[in-house]
Design a binder for this molecule. Structure first.
Ligand code: DER
Length: 224
């Protein structure tokens, strides 16, 4: 991944878009963590915000940073969501490296503005990163077969500090699906959504509003 300096520059840039009284979607991952820490400092200085977390990780970090939390049952809308990505090409993203993409997509999709925080290592001309797909455990083999029929190569994501597979916050499994270069992310997204047992896939097509691409010297902000 990219340097921590680049990630910090991206996260802090996105946090600057948050204004008093806003409801903020809090994404998952190490780059968004910098935005959450920056928001924590802004709350300490008197900023009035409420955060909607997208995972146990972002909830824990937000609580640690003193950001008041709410949820989609309580608020009617989200002003801005800040979240990371595994890869971006133009405004299309592949997400799910942290296996949190199901709740991320709900929150990111509900936000009036979706700001993506990345470092240079995430940039691509065309998306080609494996696509994480959250699946119901009972459908693991049938989804894998359907992914192969689509030309993909699915791998069940193993946990590192737990025996067996990664289990998501929703109690499901993750298949990382290798397709090589993805010619039409929109078509593949629709194909994934039609597979029985798929809970959510990591293609975020046309959802982002701004890409905050940090580097060691600063940040490039691009509207997409
Ligand atoms: O899981 C996700 O989609 C995260 O946003 C993640 O992929 C990006 O994490 P990073 O900022 O730690 O690279």
């Amino acid at each position: 991944g990219g340097s921590d300096e680049a990630k910090r520059n991206a996260g802090e840039s996105a946090a600057e878009a948050v204004e008093d009284g806003m409801v903020v979607g809090l994404g998952t991952g190490s780059t968004t963590a910098h935005a959450i820490r920056a928001l924590g400092r802004m709350v300490d200085s008197g900023l009035d915000v409420r955060g909607v977390p997208t995972s146990f990780q972002s909830r824990q970090l937000a609580q640690q940073e003193g950001i008041p939390l709410t949820d989609l049952d309580t608020v009617s809308r989200i002003d801005v969501a800040i979240d990371g990505a595994d890869q971006f090409a133009g405004g299309d993203l592949i997400k799910g490296g942290g296996a949190a993409h199901a709740r991320e997509k709900i929150v990111d999709g509900a936000a009036d503005r979706f700001l993506v925080v990345v470092d240079p290592s995430k940039a691509a001309e065309r998306l080609h990163h494996p696509v994480p797909v959250e699946v119901l455990p009972a459908a693991r083999t049938t989804v894998a077969d359907d992914v192969r029929r689509l030309g993909g190569n699915p791998t069940l994501r193993d946990a590192e500090r737990k025996d067996g597979p990664v289990v998501t916050d929703n109690g499901n499994l993750v298949l990382d699906c290798e397709f090589g270069e993805i010619d039409s992310p929109g078509d593949l997204a629709a194909d994934f959504s039609a597979i029985p047992g798929v809970v959510e896939h990591g293609l975020f097509v046309g959802m982002a509003d701004e890409i905050h691409a940090g580097n060691d010297d600063g940040v490039d902000v691009r509207r997409v």
